[in-house]
Structure formats: C-alpha cells, structure tokens
Design a binder for this molecule. Structure first.
Ligand code: 73E
Length: 836
C-alpha cells in the first residue's frame, strides 16, 4: 500500500510543513530547542558537545527538507541514476560542510557567540566519519560531494561499520591501535528500520523445471542475515540537491527458527547467532592496498552487494518498465574489485529470480556496470579461493564458472592459434587451491574499465589487462584522472586563501568551476596580492606549528621550510626514502662548521600515517621516524636547522590543518606503483610545491603547473623492471651516501639497531625491490635544489601562485563530468526541473 496523504488533506499538511531557519534568532531558537528537547539538556549542562549537537541538529533539519525534495524530484523525473558502490567512504566531519552548503555559517557563528560558544570549538567537537583507509575512500567522499554539487541523481552504497579505521596512538615510538567506536552520537544518519533485506549465505543449489518448461536454479537452506538501511544526506554546494548515502548494518534475521530456539531455552545460542550476524558490519578492514583473503571480508562484500542490488532492483521494478530498460535507468560503478560480486549477483537475480534468458541478462549486466581499477600492485589484486566461494555462495560460483566458460569459448574462437591465452585470461587461476581473479571478472562484467591517472591507465593496458585489450579492443579501457573537491580542500581547509582568491576573482564562482583559478595568473606580480598570499601561508604554518607543539611537545620555527609526507605507510610509498634522507641531512649538519651552518635552510620534516596492524615493515618505519626525531630534536648542535615530527592518528580532519601548512610535500613512490595519489593535488591547491617521482597524477600536475614549478626526481616507470632484474642478476652497488646512513643506524645512533634491521636488509640483502638506493642520490640532490629555491623567497612565491592558478583541472567536478559522459551516460537533474 502506498502510504501517501490523500489529495483533499494535503493542504493541512502543507500548512504545517517544516520551516527553514534563516536568521540568527531563528537559528538560536532551533539550536536551543534541540538542546533542550532532543538532547534533554538545560542551560546548566550545555557543554561544547551539546552545543555541537544542537547546531548539527538545526542544520540537519535544513538538509532533511532538501533531501526529501530531492528524492521526490528524482523519483518523478524517472531518469537514469548512478549508484557508486564503495566499501569505503572517508567522509571526515560533516557540520562545516553542511553549513557551507546550506549557506548560513555566519548566521550560526553569531548565534553561537550569543550562546557563549566559538564556532571553531564547536566544529572540532565532531568525530570524523572514518569509514575508509586512504585515497580510495577519500576519493569516494569527494565524488559524492561533486555528484550532489553537479545535480546528478546519485546514491552511494556502503557498509555501516560500527568501528571505522582504528585510531593510532604512538607509545614509546611504536604504533598502537585503538578501536574507533564512532556511533555514540551521529546526528547525520537516519535508521530506516522499514528498509531491510534478507541476505542468504551458505546452503545449497537445486534445479527444477518451471511452468514454461525451463530449467531453473534455486539457492536456499542457508543462513539468513538481515541488512538494515541507514541513510545520510549528501548536500551539494551552490544547489539544493541533496543525495543519499545508504549504509547497510547487519543484524540477525528473526525468522521462526530463532523463536523456536528462544522458546526451547536455547537462549545463549540465540544471542550468539545475533552476535554472529552483527559481526558482518562490525569493522572496516584496515588494509590499504593489501588483500588478506579473510572469510569475513568476503561475507561483508556479498552482504553489501546483495543488499544494494536488491534495493536498486526494487526501485527499478516500481517503475514497471521492461527489463531491457534497466541499463537506461541504472548505472553502477564498482570502486575497485571490492564489489565485484555484484556482477554474478545481478545475473542471478535476472536469471534465477526474474526468469530472463542468460544472454538477455548478461547484456543488461555488462551495460550496467563500470569498473574503476586503483592499483597494479600484485599484493592488492583480489583473489578468492574457489572452495571458500563454493561454501559461502554456491550459486554464485556456478554463475562465475558459466560466465568464464562462455568467455573462454569466445576467446578460443577469436584467437584459435594462441594456445596460452586461455590460461592467462581465465577468471579461474589453476592454482592449489583454485582462485577466482576478481579483477578479470570485473573487466568481463563491465562495459568500461578506467584507471585513475594517465600513466596508470596506460599501465593497466600494457600489464595486468593486456590480453583483455586484445580481446575487447582498446575502447573498453579509458582514463579518468582523479580529482578533489575544492569545497573541502580549499574553502573549508583554507578559508583565508579562499577569501583572498574570491577577492581577486570577484566572488566564489571558482568553487564551482575550478578552471577559473587561471585568472589568478594575472596577479602574480601584484605586490599586495603576493604579500597577502605569503602571509596566509605563514599563518597556516603558525597554526600547524601550534598543533605540533600541543601534540608532540616540539617547538618548531614557522619560518623554517615545512616538508610534509602524510599518507598510509607503505613500502611502495617510500617513507623510508624520506627518513633516510633526513638522516643524511642530519649527518651533513653535524659535520658543519658554525660558519657553514649559517647557510643551511632550516627544515621541519613532518610525517604522518597509519600502518596496517599486521604490516611489520611499515610499523618499523614509524618506529624509525620517531627514534630519529627523538635524537635530532634533542641535539643542541642542530637546533632549529632540523626538526623531525611524527603526527599521531593522521585522518581527514587533521589533513585539513596539515595540508595548508606545508611548503613542500613528498609524493615519492617507486615509479609505476602509485596509481594516482590525490593529496598531491590538495597540497598544490593550497600553495605548496611537490617533490615527487614521475608517477601517478604527479605527471599531470607537472603538465599543468609547468616543470619549473615541481621537483621531480628518480628513475622512470619504464626502467623499473630492468633495474629490478639487474639487481637480481648482477647485484648492485649501494649508493655511498645511503651506505653512510645505514652505518649510522647500525652504530646504534637511533637506538638498538636490531629493531631496524629488516628495513635495512630489505635494501641491502633482498634486492631493494622499491629502488630506494637507485633513487637516493637523485632524491638528495633534488632536496638540495628545494633548499636553494626556498631561499629565494620571491621566486618561490611566484612558483606557488602560478601553481595554484593552474590546478583547475584537478577538481573532482571535472572528474565526475567525465564519468557521467564517458561511462554512465547520465544527465544532471536541476532543482527547478520539475517543480518538486
Ligand atoms: O594511488 C592511490 C589512488 O590515488 C591508490 O593507491 C589508492 O586509490 C587512490 C584513489 O584512486 C588505492 N587504494 C587501494 N587501491 N588503490 C586499496 C586497495 C585495497 C583496499 C583498500 C584500498
């Protein structure tokens, strides 16, 4: 039954429709009402947390009104929607973004002041929504912002983890993981207890003949877990469009089975079943670019894919359109291979449940899905063992085998002379046990496959997907270079710079069309502007210096060069290269006379990032950075010439403080390993320069800002394979400067050398897979150039201004428009479109 108010009664409803606050008075009214009635607090126990809650709830009300309208409008408009399936959304904080998009931050600021609170304190009360590991999850969050801002009808689908990425504490220089229970108070989510889906696991498959005489399969007798929807509004900037992010939470299904258990006294079993069910959405796996093949992870993936697809199909079926229209109404983007099970799941729904023929269904599936690849690292490519899938999802394994067999038949027919190709492209790897190659399944089940930066998109075509380019032709593969939202990463993180730019460009239009930044070039010689620009960078460094003093107890000079590397700790990202470089610098300073020291450019080396809990080498790097910092920061002979700090618990809200405060940031992965990188874009957009390898989006940043405005070094991707091979065949000479660094570590300068031996040995004895030694000299020389360049402040400021002016390309708005046109074939739906 459709639950809508009858025509005749709608006038009464409309008279009482929720009203939106506009003035300071009205804001205070709403905030105080929420604090008193929603939170049951009073004048006498309203702390900053309660003031945050009152403010958030007042803005939430505003969002909800637009959210309802948007959903209604999208339903009436009946046009194609895109569904972005991502196991990670690193949203960070929501209040500041809500205020920006609703547009009443100043009103709220004055209102809060009346009530005795400061806006910054209130904003910082909010906990990050940290449902992601790193770049992949933050990209998904930037995409949601752009989708809403550009008025695309779009939903995100993910899991409602009870625990997001762990909180990192540094204890005696070591990483310690603490659980991130973030749901105590989350005003941004709406439980939809009426929107549930029962998800099946295990069990068996049986065959039957239907009324039309067709052979059909049914999957049943398994364990059932219920998915409950939790929705969060995603407001756009400069529009009232408010899209939906739907997160699934798992709970025990209350079928009759449970009641019999309960009634017959099997109470404990019943509770245990409940906990088992809830475990599925309990925790985010904390591995970035590393696959560990755990059964619970596969359960998460299926639970989320099946619930999301059921929801999408249910919505489509309401329209009563024929199945052939499905892909004209629905585009589904797979954020990496994590949601690949959605492919056999949709095929199962269409064939087993809806009775379509295999080919008809498969055409729909391929037209619906697009797949984004984010990595070529072999250890990150997902493979699931055949016995595990057989056990957990028996019908899906049959479908995967059927997809594979039809695909291989086609390949055999098309390339009859090539004997080896079938084994190479088969979805099933003939290992012990056999494995399902998820990336191959994703390629075969999608109509488009994209990489995330030019070099990466070229690399996937010549390496992991080479055979598939031959089979499908090159047009199936495309590039969409990543982007970032300028709302969060310029306006919110750096309000002063945003304001300065607006004053020169005549308003904030550039936040909706970032290419307008190019107009800043005209001001590069404007004395006043340069002074203001420089002063803002300095103020942001002062803020970062204060943060460092508060959190690390280290006093740093804001006039020093701030050198930042913040990202997940991974050998391929080469934080080890950075810290070895720092040790080299330390040794140089120690050997200097007082006179020589006067010429040294003072530096602060800032590190931050989490290591996966089981990744020992990464944890060793964190420990080394902390030990090196301890020694150098206490060395009176060095003083302000060099400071080294490791910032604990790097996350989105900390990035918003760190990014604007950097002079140079490090993006120094072994060439060919970092698919794109996105923080590189954030740093340059905020007036910092990059030291980097010719890798990922660094290459396109160079093209945009000009090679005189970036510090590139190191071997090229095309040479990496040969160098690695040479290491193994001929061995290699350790770089003499690096050798000296290792001798210093071995001598115990930074504590017991045994603790760092795995790190040193991986280079000296185990082939230096990431080419730290090969790139060391070039890295050190380039850091020297940076010192010289920074000393010429006027030149440096010119470089940074020109770089900001040339970053327009890297908006996630550009990126989303490219997906919309090349992959999804969807159109925006403007708020005024159908009067809803
Ligand atoms: O280069 C980044 C890229 O900028 C890449 O390493 C990252 O995705 C970013 C956004 O495109 C990424 N994350 C993962 N794979 N690539 C990953 C893999 C498994 C689990 C979690 C994350």
């Amino acid at each position: 039954v459709e639950a809508s108010v009858p025509e005749g009664q709608r006038a009464a409803w409309k008279k009482h429709s929720a009203r939106e606050f506009k003035t300071k008075e009205e804001f205070e009214n709403e905030a105080v009402r929420h604090i008193e009635t929603t939170l049951a607090r009073s004048l006498f126990n309203c702390d900053e947390a309660a003031a945050y809650a009152g403010t958030a709830l007042a803005f939430r009300d505003r969002l909800v009104i637009e959210w309802n309208k948007t959903q209604q409008r999208q339903t009436f408009a009946d046009q194609k929607r895109v569904y972005y399936l991502s196991l990670e959304f690193l949203m960070g904080r929501a209040l500041d973004n809500a205020m920006l998009n609703v547009g009443l931050k100043d009103v709220a600021k004055d209102g809060l002041a009346d009530l005795g609170f400061r806006m910054e304190d209130i904003i910082s009360q909010e906990r990050d929504a940290a449902l992601g590991n790193g770049g992949l999850g933050r990209l998904a969050a930037c995409f949601l912002d752009s989708l809403a801002s550009l008025n695309y009808p779009a939903w995100g689908y993910a899991l409602r983890y009870r625990y997001g990425i762990f909180k990192q504490e540094i204890v005696d220089g070591y990483q310690v993981e603490v659980p991130d229970y973030w749901l105590d108070f989350n005003p941004w989510e709406f439980p939809r207890h009426d929107v549930t889906v029962d998800i099946n696991f295990y069990g068996s498959v049986s065959q039957y003949v239907d009324d039309d005489g067709k052979q059909r399969s049914v999957w049943d007798n398994g364990e059932i877990v219920t998915a409950v929807a939790y929705d969060a509004p995603i407001p756009g900037y400069g529009t009232t469009t408010t899209n939906n992010l739907r997160l699934w939470s798992s709970k025990a299904s209350h079928g009759e089975f449970d009641f019999t258990k309960f009634n017959s006294g099997e109470y404990e079993q019943s509770v245990a079943d409940q906990q088992r069910a809830e475990t599925i959405s309990a925790v985010l796996y904390p591995n970035d670019s590393l696959e560990r093949g755990k059964e619970l992870r596969l359960k998460q993936q299926y639970f989320w894919c099946a619930a999301s697809l059921f929801d999408i199909v249910r919505r489509f079926k309401k329209s009563k359109k024929p199945w052939k229209d499905f892909a004209n109404q629905v585009a589904i983007q797979l954020n990496d291979t994590h949601p690949t099970l959605a492919i056999p799941e949709l095929q199962r729904i269409l064939v087993d449940l809806e009775g379509l023929g295999w080919d008809e269904a498969w055409t729909i599936v391929q037209a619906t899905f697009g797949y984004t690849n984010h990595t070529v690292l072999p250890e990150a490519l997902e493979k699931w063992s055949v016995p595990l899938i057989q056990h957990l999802l028996p019908r899906h394994l049959q479908i995967i085998y059927e997809i594979n067999s039809r695909f291989l038949q086609y390949v055999e027919k098309t390339f009859p002379k090539e004997k080896d190709i079938l084994g190479r492209v088969s979805i099933i790897e003939e290992s012990q046990p056999k494995m399902v190659r998820m990336a191959y399944l994703a390629v075969i089940g999608s109509h488009k496959v994209n990489g995330v930066a030019e070099l990466h998109s070229d690399l996937i075509k010549t390496t992991i997907f080479k055979d598939f380019v031959k089979i499908y032709g090159p047009d199936k593969f495309t590039n969409v270079t990543n982007g970032i939202t300028p709302r969060r990463w310029l306006h919110q993180a750096n309000p002063k710079l945003s304001e300065l730019i607006a004053s020169k460009l005549g308003g904030y239009d550039y936040l909706r069309d970032l290419t307008l930044l190019h107009k800043l070039e005209a001001f590069v010689d404007d004395k006043e502007f340069r002074k203001d620009f420089q002063a803002i960078k300095y103020a942001n460094k002062v803020r970062l210096a204060q943060y460092i003093l508060e959190h690390n107890g280290v006093k740093v000079n804001p006039a020093a060069l701030f050198d930042v590397q913040v990202k997940r700790i991974h050998e391929y990202k080469r934080q080890q290269l950075n810290i070895f470089g720092v040790i080299h610098r330390y040794l140089q300073i120690k050997a200097m006379s007082a006179e020589e020291k006067k010429k040294v450019q003072p530096r602060v080396s800032i590190f931050g990032g989490k290591a996966a809990p089981g990744y020992w080498m990464a944890k060793t790097v964190i420990h080394l950075v902390n030990q090196v910092g301890k020694v150098i920061n206490a060395d009176k002979e060095v003083g302000d010439l060099l400071k080294v700090v490791f910032l604990e618990d790097y996350n989105v809200s900390k990035a918003e403080i760190i990014v604007p405060g950097s002079d140079i940031s490090e993006h120094i992965s072994t060439a060919g390993t970092e698919a794109s990188g996105t923080s590189n874009m954030k740093f340059v957009l905020n007036g910092g320069l990059v030291i980097g390898t010719c890798d990922g989006a660094n290459i396109e940043i160079t093209r945009e800002v000009g090679e005189e405005n970036i510090f590139l070094f190191g071997n090229l991707a095309e040479d990496v394979e040969d160098l690695r091979e040479a290491h193994h065949k001929q061995g290699f000479e350790l770089d003499p400067l690096l050798k000296r660094v290792f001798e210093t570590i071995r001598s115990g300068t930074f504590g017991d050398a045994g603790q760092f031996s795995a790190l040193v040995d991986s280079i000296v004895d185990h082939g230096d897979y990431y080419l730290v030694s090969d790139d060391f000299k070039s890295y050190i020389d380039t850091q020297g150039l940076i010192d010289q360049s920074y000393a010429k402040q006027e030149e440096w400021v010119t470089k940074t201004i020109l770089s900001v002016a040339r970053m327009g390309f890297f908006s996630s708005d550009r990126c989303i428009d490219e997906y919309a046109e090349m992959i999804w074939n969807i159109e925006p739906l403007k708020p005024e479109a159908n009067g809803a």
